[in-house]
Write a protein that binds this ligand. Structure first.
Ligand SMILES: Nc1ncnc2c1ncn2[C@@H]1O[C@H](COP(=O)(O)OP(=O)(O)O)[C@@H](O)[C@H]1O
Ligand SMILES: [Mg+2]
Length: 369
């Protein structure tokens, strides 16, 4: 997928010096945001600061209040209490100015089914007051940028889920806003399309955009977001980088497998002495697990085992996964995996993304003998 050209003159309008109240580095700042729906406190006092040029991820399960928060920030829902600024502009006082700084995409593509991809983008551009000729050029540029040329003359009703999502995102970028809100941009997409969407989002940021996205997927937040706020039941329960969140809840774990399972008791003794922590043994596999206060301790274990002439067949150091982080912070899992809704429009028929085993968090040494 193509990357924006960075030198488009009309994007200076928003991404420039910001205006108003001196929060120049902040694309979004919110304090004490509250929203009630009848007796439901959908958002119960959330503070948020999103720096320019960041991908900021709001991670939380279904019903956590993610969409409600985003809609308040986007001026699409009245704010019950608290305040919010977008590039220093007050969301409550100057919603019309805020709207000019924002591109918003919904959880589902929101364009007319009977029109073609090209007609849709053209229509959106015209609705935003762009002259006809320029609207045509903009549509072409966006179709190309989002790999939608082939779909240009197909009606939306024939689009796959991934194509719809890309068209939806394209439509939100007509005015090249400096800040983009993406509400669950990959929910229901198959893994390949999801990867393409991630690339697109990264390209937007390389081009100078700031992205605030919501997700229920831990791996998505992990892969994409510079900073993550974990929200649950309308409350922010934690915030930090993925690494900070992981190290806040637990230590790394060392998984060790011995070449000769019979060596396990000796190895357990060596490891126990070194780490002053009792390893957990799995004798039938000749394996042991032990938590580390510091991942570097794995090297000490290797050396000690070598000195005791105990050979190992594999060794893995695993950081806590974001799943474990979420569980530790909230007492329940992030996403009800059985509830992931497959995209009915996706011709591949594949269901939502699976959590990818957090391979990035593992350091594995396979020993060959
Ligand atoms: N328009 C609405 N009317 C009534 N309740 C709503 C409305 N929108 C959201 N809610 C409720 O607010 C809570 C948060 O919803 P939402 O912001 O959609 O969560 P998320 O996007 O994290 O799944 C849920 O309990 C939901 O049922
Ligand atoms: Mg939502």
């Amino acid at each position: 997928m193509n990357v924006f050209s960075a030198s488009d003159p009309d994007r200076a309008s928003g991404s420039g010096s910001g205006s108003g109240s001196g929060s120049g580095e902040l694309a979004v700042s919110a304090a004490g945001l509250v929203k009630h729906f009848g007796g439901t406190r959908a958002v119960a006092g959330i503070d948020l600061e999103v720096r320019r040029g960041q991908i900021f991820g709001v991670l939380g399960p279904n019903g956590a209040g993610k969409t409600t928060m985003l809609r308040m920030l986007a001026t699409l829902l009245p704010i019950d209490a608290g305040q919010a600024h977008v590039f220093g502009v007050d969301v409550r006082r100057e919603p019309h100015r805020v709207r000019q700084l924002l591109g918003v995409t919904g959880q589902y593509a929101s364009v007319d089914e009977n029109l073609t991809g090209r007609e849709n983008l053209w229509l959106f551009a015209r609705l935003q007051g762009i002259p006809a000729r320029e609207a045509r050029a903009t549509s072409l540029r966006l179709l190309e940028q989002f790999d939608l040329q082939e779909a240009a003359d197909k009606p939306i009703s024939q689009f796959s889920g991934g194509m719809r999502r890309r068209l939806d995102l394209a439509a939100s970028l007509i005015r090249r806003p400096p800040l983009i809100f993406l509400d669950e941009p990959t929910t229901g997409l198959d893994p390949r399309t999801r990867g393409q969407m991630w690339d697109t989002i990264r390209a937007l940021v390389l081009d100078g955009c700031t992205v605030l996205l919501t997700t229920q997927y831990l791996d998505e937040a992990d892969q994409l977001a510079d900073r993550i706020a974990v929200i649950d039941r309308g409350i922010k329960v934690a915030e930090g980088t993925s690494d900070q969140l992981k190290s806040s809840v637990g230590s790394s774990t060392l998984h060790l497998r011995l070449a000769a399972p019979g060596d396990l008791p000796d190895a357990a003794e060596v490891v126990g002495r070194l780490l002053s922590e009792e390893p957990v043994l799995t004798p039938e596999l000749g394996a042991l697990n032990v938590s580390l206060t510091d991942a570097d301790q794995a090297a000490d274990v290797l050396i000690a085992l070598r000195q005791s002439n105990l050979s190992i067949s594999s060794l893995t150091v695993q950081k806590p996964t974001l799943d474990e982080v979420f569980l530790a912070l909230t007492g329940h899992e992030a996403a009800d995996r059985t509830a992931e809704h497959p995209d009915p429009d996706d011709p591949t028929g594949s269901s939502g993304p699976s959590d990818s085993g957090d391979s990035t968090d593992e350091l594995t040494l396979e020993m060959t003998r």
